[in-house]
Design a protein around this ligand. Structure first.
Ligand SMILES: [Mg+2]
Length: 381
Protein backbone atom coordinates (compact mmCIF):
# COMPACT_ATOMS: atom_id res chain seq x y z
CA UNK A 1 0.00 0.00 0.00
CA UNK A 2 1.30 3.45 -0.93
CA UNK A 3 0.27 7.00 -0.10
CA UNK A 4 -0.87 8.68 -3.31
CA UNK A 5 -2.46 11.95 -2.20
CA UNK A 6 -2.52 14.37 0.74
CA UNK A 7 -5.18 17.10 0.84
CA UNK A 8 -5.99 19.79 3.41
CA UNK A 9 -9.26 21.54 4.22
CA UNK A 10 -9.53 24.86 6.03
CA UNK A 11 -12.91 24.60 7.77
CA UNK A 12 -14.87 26.94 10.08
CA UNK A 13 -14.87 27.78 12.87
CA UNK A 14 -11.04 27.70 13.03
CA UNK A 15 -9.84 24.22 12.09
CA UNK A 16 -7.77 22.41 9.44
CA UNK A 17 -8.32 18.79 8.41
CA UNK A 18 -6.05 16.58 6.32
CA UNK A 19 -6.98 13.60 4.17
CA UNK A 20 -4.37 10.99 3.26
CA UNK A 21 -5.29 8.66 0.42
CA UNK A 22 -3.68 5.34 -0.52
CA UNK A 23 -3.53 3.40 -3.78
CA UNK A 24 -5.69 0.70 -2.18
CA UNK A 25 -8.53 3.11 -1.50
CA UNK A 26 -7.99 3.30 2.27
CA UNK A 27 -8.29 6.91 3.39
CA UNK A 28 -7.11 8.40 6.69
CA UNK A 29 -8.14 11.72 8.25
CA UNK A 30 -6.37 13.98 10.71
CA UNK A 31 -6.56 17.46 12.17
CA UNK A 32 -3.30 19.40 11.88
CA UNK A 33 -3.94 22.87 13.25
CA UNK A 34 -2.73 25.68 15.45
CA UNK A 35 -5.68 27.90 16.23
CA UNK A 36 -5.00 31.26 14.57
CA UNK A 37 -2.12 29.90 12.47
CA UNK A 38 -4.02 27.34 10.37
CA UNK A 39 -2.64 28.57 7.04
CA UNK A 40 0.94 28.19 8.25
CA UNK A 41 0.24 24.62 9.39
CA UNK A 42 -1.46 23.90 6.08
CA UNK A 43 1.66 24.92 4.17
CA UNK A 44 3.80 22.76 6.45
CA UNK A 45 1.54 19.72 5.95
CA UNK A 46 2.15 20.00 2.21
CA UNK A 47 5.91 20.26 2.73
CA UNK A 48 5.85 17.08 4.87
CA UNK A 49 3.56 15.41 2.31
CA UNK A 50 6.35 15.60 -0.28
CA UNK A 51 8.14 12.95 1.76
CA UNK A 52 5.04 10.84 2.42
CA UNK A 53 4.05 10.45 -1.22
CA UNK A 54 4.73 6.90 -2.39
CA UNK A 55 5.50 5.66 1.15
CA UNK A 56 3.87 2.71 2.93
CA UNK A 57 1.45 4.39 5.39
CA UNK A 58 1.80 1.59 7.93
CA UNK A 59 5.38 2.54 8.88
CA UNK A 60 4.01 5.21 11.22
CA UNK A 61 6.98 5.41 13.59
CA UNK A 62 9.56 5.71 10.83
CA UNK A 63 7.54 8.45 9.12
CA UNK A 64 7.10 10.19 12.47
CA UNK A 65 10.86 10.19 13.03
CA UNK A 66 11.56 11.55 9.54
CA UNK A 67 8.89 14.28 9.79
CA UNK A 68 9.88 15.29 13.37
CA UNK A 69 13.65 14.99 13.17
CA UNK A 70 14.62 14.56 9.53
CA UNK A 71 14.46 18.26 8.67
CA UNK A 72 17.26 19.38 11.01
CA UNK A 73 15.04 22.05 12.64
CA UNK A 74 12.49 20.47 14.99
CA UNK A 75 9.69 21.13 17.43
CA UNK A 76 7.50 24.19 17.89
CA UNK A 77 3.77 24.60 17.30
CA UNK A 78 3.61 24.73 13.49
CA UNK A 79 5.82 21.76 12.62
CA UNK A 80 4.58 19.64 15.55
CA UNK A 81 0.93 20.31 14.67
CA UNK A 82 1.41 19.50 10.97
CA UNK A 83 3.10 16.29 12.07
CA UNK A 84 0.30 15.62 14.59
CA UNK A 85 -2.48 15.70 12.00
CA UNK A 86 -0.57 13.49 9.57
CA UNK A 87 0.21 11.06 12.41
CA UNK A 88 -3.52 10.85 13.23
CA UNK A 89 -4.29 10.13 9.58
CA UNK A 90 -1.67 7.37 9.44
CA UNK A 91 -3.13 5.73 12.58
CA UNK A 92 -6.59 6.05 10.98
CA UNK A 93 -5.30 4.23 7.90
CA UNK A 94 -3.63 1.54 10.05
CA UNK A 95 -6.83 0.89 11.99
CA UNK A 96 -8.91 0.74 8.83
CA UNK A 97 -6.36 -1.57 7.18
CA UNK A 98 -6.37 -4.02 10.10
CA UNK A 99 -10.11 -3.57 10.75
CA UNK A 100 -9.72 -2.41 14.37
CA UNK A 101 -10.03 0.84 16.31
CA UNK A 102 -6.73 2.61 17.02
CA UNK A 103 -6.98 1.84 20.76
CA UNK A 104 -6.72 -1.87 19.86
CA UNK A 105 -3.44 -1.15 18.07
CA UNK A 106 -2.19 0.73 21.17
CA UNK A 107 -2.54 -2.39 23.31
CA UNK A 108 -6.29 -2.53 23.80
CA UNK A 109 -8.67 -0.60 26.00
CA UNK A 110 -7.92 -0.16 29.69
CA UNK A 111 -11.30 1.39 30.56
CA UNK A 112 -14.88 1.01 29.35
CA UNK A 113 -15.88 4.66 29.17
CA UNK A 114 -14.15 8.01 29.20
CA UNK A 115 -15.07 10.89 31.50
CA UNK A 116 -15.55 14.24 29.78
CA UNK A 117 -15.63 17.76 31.16
CA UNK A 118 -17.55 20.66 29.68
CA UNK A 119 -16.67 24.34 29.43
CA UNK A 120 -18.68 26.90 31.38
CA UNK A 121 -18.69 30.62 30.74
CA UNK A 122 -16.62 32.30 28.09
CA UNK A 123 -13.51 34.42 28.25
CA UNK A 124 -15.36 36.71 30.61
CA UNK A 125 -17.57 34.29 32.54
CA UNK A 126 -20.43 36.48 33.70
CA UNK A 127 -23.35 34.07 33.73
CA UNK A 128 -21.50 31.30 35.46
CA UNK A 129 -24.29 29.87 37.61
CA UNK A 130 -26.64 29.43 34.67
CA UNK A 131 -23.91 27.87 32.57
CA UNK A 132 -22.92 25.34 35.28
CA UNK A 133 -26.57 24.45 35.85
CA UNK A 134 -27.00 23.63 32.17
CA UNK A 135 -23.96 21.35 32.17
CA UNK A 136 -25.16 19.50 35.28
CA UNK A 137 -28.55 19.12 33.59
CA UNK A 138 -26.76 17.62 30.56
CA UNK A 139 -25.17 15.02 32.83
CA UNK A 140 -21.60 16.29 33.21
CA UNK A 141 -19.88 15.72 36.55
CA UNK A 142 -16.98 18.07 35.77
CA UNK A 143 -16.70 21.55 34.27
CA UNK A 144 -13.85 23.90 33.43
CA UNK A 145 -13.93 27.67 33.49
CA UNK A 146 -11.52 30.50 33.00
CA UNK A 147 -10.16 31.98 36.21
CA UNK A 148 -11.00 35.38 34.78
CA UNK A 149 -10.68 37.63 31.78
CA UNK A 150 -7.87 40.08 31.17
CA UNK A 151 -5.55 40.41 34.15
CA UNK A 152 -3.21 43.36 34.86
CA UNK A 153 0.55 42.95 35.22
CA UNK A 154 -0.03 42.47 38.94
CA UNK A 155 -3.58 41.79 40.08
CA UNK A 156 -5.51 44.13 42.37
CA UNK A 157 -7.37 42.98 45.46
CA UNK A 158 -10.58 43.16 43.40
CA UNK A 159 -9.11 41.06 40.56
CA UNK A 160 -8.07 38.35 42.99
CA UNK A 161 -11.39 38.46 44.83
CA UNK A 162 -13.14 38.01 41.48
CA UNK A 163 -11.29 34.76 40.81
CA UNK A 164 -11.91 33.45 44.33
CA UNK A 165 -15.62 34.33 44.16
CA UNK A 166 -16.07 32.47 40.88
CA UNK A 167 -14.40 29.33 42.16
CA UNK A 168 -16.41 29.53 45.40
CA UNK A 169 -19.65 29.92 43.45
CA UNK A 170 -18.81 26.99 41.18
CA UNK A 171 -18.07 24.78 44.18
CA UNK A 172 -21.31 25.82 45.85
CA UNK A 173 -23.37 24.90 42.78
CA UNK A 174 -21.47 21.70 41.98
CA UNK A 175 -21.39 20.34 45.54
CA UNK A 176 -18.76 17.90 46.77
CA UNK A 177 -19.53 15.15 44.22
CA UNK A 178 -18.61 17.08 41.07
CA UNK A 179 -15.44 18.78 39.88
CA UNK A 180 -14.41 22.21 38.68
CA UNK A 181 -11.15 22.92 36.89
CA UNK A 182 -9.85 26.49 36.65
CA UNK A 183 -7.96 27.65 33.55
CA UNK A 184 -5.61 30.60 34.11
CA UNK A 185 -4.66 30.68 30.39
CA UNK A 186 -1.27 32.12 31.34
CA UNK A 187 -3.03 35.41 32.06
CA UNK A 188 -1.61 35.97 35.53
CA UNK A 189 1.99 36.47 36.58
CA UNK A 190 3.74 33.72 38.53
CA UNK A 191 3.69 36.04 41.55
CA UNK A 192 -0.09 36.37 41.30
CA UNK A 193 -0.51 32.63 40.78
CA UNK A 194 1.29 32.09 44.08
CA UNK A 195 -1.13 34.51 45.76
CA UNK A 196 -4.28 33.13 44.14
CA UNK A 197 -3.84 29.36 44.37
CA UNK A 198 -3.73 29.25 48.19
CA UNK A 199 -6.95 31.32 48.25
CA UNK A 200 -8.89 28.92 45.99
CA UNK A 201 -7.45 25.78 47.63
CA UNK A 202 -10.30 25.58 50.15
CA UNK A 203 -12.73 25.03 47.25
CA UNK A 204 -10.62 22.10 46.04
CA UNK A 205 -10.61 22.59 42.26
CA UNK A 206 -9.72 19.45 40.32
CA UNK A 207 -6.76 21.36 38.90
CA UNK A 208 -5.47 24.85 38.11
CA UNK A 209 -4.44 25.05 34.45
CA UNK A 210 -1.60 27.13 32.96
CA UNK A 211 -1.01 29.25 36.07
CA UNK A 212 2.19 30.41 34.36
CA UNK A 213 3.05 30.82 30.71
CA UNK A 214 4.40 27.73 28.93
CA UNK A 215 7.82 29.31 28.30
CA UNK A 216 8.38 29.71 32.06
CA UNK A 217 8.69 26.13 33.36
CA UNK A 218 11.46 27.33 35.71
CA UNK A 219 8.78 29.24 37.68
CA UNK A 220 6.35 26.34 37.98
CA UNK A 221 7.81 24.63 41.03
CA UNK A 222 7.21 27.69 43.23
CA UNK A 223 3.62 27.83 42.00
CA UNK A 224 3.08 24.10 42.52
CA UNK A 225 4.38 24.27 46.09
CA UNK A 226 2.40 27.42 46.93
CA UNK A 227 -0.81 25.46 47.60
CA UNK A 228 -2.42 22.01 47.61
CA UNK A 229 -4.20 22.66 44.28
CA UNK A 230 -3.04 20.21 41.58
CA UNK A 231 -1.40 22.12 38.73
CA UNK A 232 -2.03 21.25 35.07
CA UNK A 233 -0.29 22.43 31.93
CA UNK A 234 0.69 21.39 28.45
CA UNK A 235 -1.63 22.68 25.69
CA UNK A 236 1.29 24.81 24.46
CA UNK A 237 3.98 22.13 24.80
CA UNK A 238 4.82 19.96 21.82
CA UNK A 239 6.97 16.98 22.72
CA UNK A 240 8.17 14.72 25.53
CA UNK A 241 11.20 17.00 25.81
CA UNK A 242 8.94 20.01 26.40
CA UNK A 243 7.07 18.10 29.12
CA UNK A 244 10.13 16.95 31.07
CA UNK A 245 10.77 20.26 32.92
CA UNK A 246 7.11 20.74 33.89
CA UNK A 247 6.97 17.19 35.23
CA UNK A 248 10.16 17.82 37.18
CA UNK A 249 8.47 20.96 38.56
CA UNK A 250 5.72 18.77 39.98
CA UNK A 251 2.65 19.27 37.78
CA UNK A 252 -0.12 16.80 38.57
CA UNK A 253 -1.82 16.81 35.17
CA UNK A 254 -0.32 16.96 31.66
CA UNK A 255 -2.46 18.33 28.85
CA UNK A 256 -0.85 17.63 25.47
CA UNK A 257 -3.11 18.44 22.53
CA UNK A 258 -3.41 15.55 20.07
CA UNK A 259 -3.30 18.09 17.23
CA UNK A 260 -0.26 19.97 18.53
CA UNK A 261 2.00 17.53 20.37
CA UNK A 262 3.01 15.18 17.57
CA UNK A 263 -0.28 13.31 17.39
CA UNK A 264 -1.20 9.92 18.80
CA UNK A 265 2.39 8.65 18.65
CA UNK A 266 3.94 11.40 20.77
CA UNK A 267 1.00 11.85 23.17
CA UNK A 268 1.28 8.17 24.12
CA UNK A 269 4.93 8.75 24.96
CA UNK A 270 4.17 11.93 26.92
CA UNK A 271 1.58 9.97 28.95
CA UNK A 272 4.11 7.25 29.72
CA UNK A 273 6.68 9.87 30.73
CA UNK A 274 4.08 11.51 32.99
CA UNK A 275 3.47 8.19 34.73
CA UNK A 276 7.02 8.36 36.11
CA UNK A 277 5.99 11.48 38.10
CA UNK A 278 2.51 10.11 38.95
CA UNK A 279 0.99 12.77 36.70
CA UNK A 280 -2.31 12.19 34.90
CA UNK A 281 -3.21 12.76 31.26
CA UNK A 282 -6.02 15.17 30.36
CA UNK A 283 -5.69 15.91 26.63
CA UNK A 284 -6.44 19.47 25.57
CA UNK A 285 -9.08 19.54 22.82
CA UNK A 286 -11.00 22.70 21.95
CA UNK A 287 -10.83 21.47 18.34
CA UNK A 288 -12.81 19.45 15.82
CA UNK A 289 -14.01 15.86 15.44
CA UNK A 290 -10.72 14.32 14.35
CA UNK A 291 -8.72 15.80 17.21
CA UNK A 292 -11.40 14.59 19.62
CA UNK A 293 -11.56 11.13 18.04
CA UNK A 294 -7.76 10.83 18.27
CA UNK A 295 -7.88 11.99 21.91
CA UNK A 296 -10.47 9.35 22.77
CA UNK A 297 -8.45 6.56 21.17
CA UNK A 298 -5.52 7.48 23.41
CA UNK A 299 -7.80 7.92 26.44
CA UNK A 300 -9.19 4.42 26.11
CA UNK A 301 -5.72 2.87 25.89
CA UNK A 302 -3.79 4.93 28.47
CA UNK A 303 -3.66 3.83 32.13
CA UNK A 304 -2.95 7.27 33.67
CA UNK A 305 -5.70 9.07 31.74
CA UNK A 306 -7.81 11.43 33.89
CA UNK A 307 -10.46 13.31 31.90
CA UNK A 308 -11.09 14.61 28.35
CA UNK A 309 -11.89 18.10 27.09
CA UNK A 310 -14.23 18.65 24.12
CA UNK A 311 -15.44 21.65 22.15
CA UNK A 312 -19.10 20.85 21.53
CA UNK A 313 -20.95 24.09 22.28
CA UNK A 314 -17.70 25.92 23.13
CA UNK A 315 -17.86 29.71 22.84
CA UNK A 316 -15.19 29.71 20.09
CA UNK A 317 -17.34 27.53 17.83
CA UNK A 318 -19.18 30.26 16.00
CA UNK A 319 -20.57 29.46 12.54
CA UNK A 320 -19.83 25.73 12.75
CA UNK A 321 -19.56 23.04 15.41
CA UNK A 322 -17.88 19.69 15.79
CA UNK A 323 -20.86 17.58 14.81
CA UNK A 324 -21.32 19.45 11.48
CA UNK A 325 -18.54 17.37 9.91
CA UNK A 326 -19.42 13.85 11.02
CA UNK A 327 -21.84 11.31 9.56
CA UNK A 328 -22.15 9.41 12.84
CA UNK A 329 -22.61 11.95 15.68
CA UNK A 330 -23.57 9.08 18.01
CA UNK A 331 -19.86 8.35 18.59
CA UNK A 332 -19.70 11.67 20.45
CA UNK A 333 -22.83 11.12 22.53
CA UNK A 334 -22.17 11.80 26.22
CA UNK A 335 -24.11 9.74 28.75
CA UNK A 336 -23.84 10.93 32.36
CA UNK A 337 -20.74 12.86 31.27
CA UNK A 338 -19.02 9.81 29.78
CA UNK A 339 -18.43 8.69 26.20
CA UNK A 340 -18.57 5.03 25.14
CA UNK A 341 -15.70 3.16 23.56
CA UNK A 342 -15.61 3.60 19.78
CA UNK A 343 -15.62 0.31 17.94
CA UNK A 344 -15.36 1.42 14.32
CA UNK A 345 -11.97 0.89 12.64
CA UNK A 346 -9.34 3.63 12.72
CA UNK A 347 -10.11 6.83 14.61
CA UNK A 348 -13.70 5.64 14.89
CA UNK A 349 -15.37 8.64 13.30
CA UNK A 350 -16.89 8.89 9.84
CA UNK A 351 -16.16 12.26 8.23
CA UNK A 352 -18.81 13.91 6.07
CA UNK A 353 -16.45 14.54 3.17
CA UNK A 354 -18.96 16.54 1.15
CA UNK A 355 -19.56 18.86 4.10
CA UNK A 356 -15.80 19.25 4.62
CA UNK A 357 -15.18 20.07 0.95
CA UNK A 358 -18.05 22.59 1.01
CA UNK A 359 -16.75 24.20 4.21
CA UNK A 360 -13.25 24.52 2.75
CA UNK A 361 -14.68 26.65 -0.07
CA UNK A 362 -15.67 29.22 2.55
CA UNK A 363 -12.54 28.64 4.66
CA UNK A 364 -11.84 30.90 7.62
CA UNK A 365 -9.36 33.48 8.84
CA UNK A 366 -9.81 32.92 12.58
CA UNK A 367 -7.43 34.86 14.82
CA UNK A 368 -7.47 35.14 18.58
CA UNK A 369 -8.24 38.59 19.95
CA UNK A 370 -5.34 40.82 20.95
CA UNK A 371 -5.98 42.19 24.42
CA UNK A 372 -4.43 45.31 25.83
CA UNK A 373 -4.03 46.73 29.30
CA UNK A 374 -5.60 50.05 30.28
CA UNK A 375 -2.31 51.77 29.46
CA UNK A 376 -2.25 50.35 25.93
CA UNK A 377 0.37 47.67 26.58
CA UNK A 378 -0.30 44.16 25.34
CA UNK A 379 -2.02 41.73 27.74
CA UNK A 380 -2.16 37.92 27.68
CA UNK A 381 -5.29 36.54 26.07
MG1 LIG B 1 -6.34 25.97 28.61
Amino acid sequence: MKIVNVETFLVPPRWLFCRVETDEGVVGWGEPVVEGRAEAVRATVHVLAEYLMGQDPLRIEDHWQVMANGGFYRGGPVLSSALAGLDQALWDIAGKTYGVPVHALLGGHVRDRVRMYAWVGGDEPAELAESIGARIEAGFSAVKMNAGGRMPALATVADIAGVVERVALAREILGPGRDVAVDFHGRVSAADARRILPLIAEFQPMFAEEPVLPDRPHLLRDVVTSSSVPVATGERLYSRWDFRPVLEAGVAVVQPDLSHAGGISETRRIAALAEVWDAKLAPHCPLGPLALAASLQVAFATPNFLIQEHSIGLHYNQGADLLDYVLDPEVFRFTEGYVSRPEAPGLGVEIDEAAVRRADQAGHTWRNPVWRHDDGGIAEW
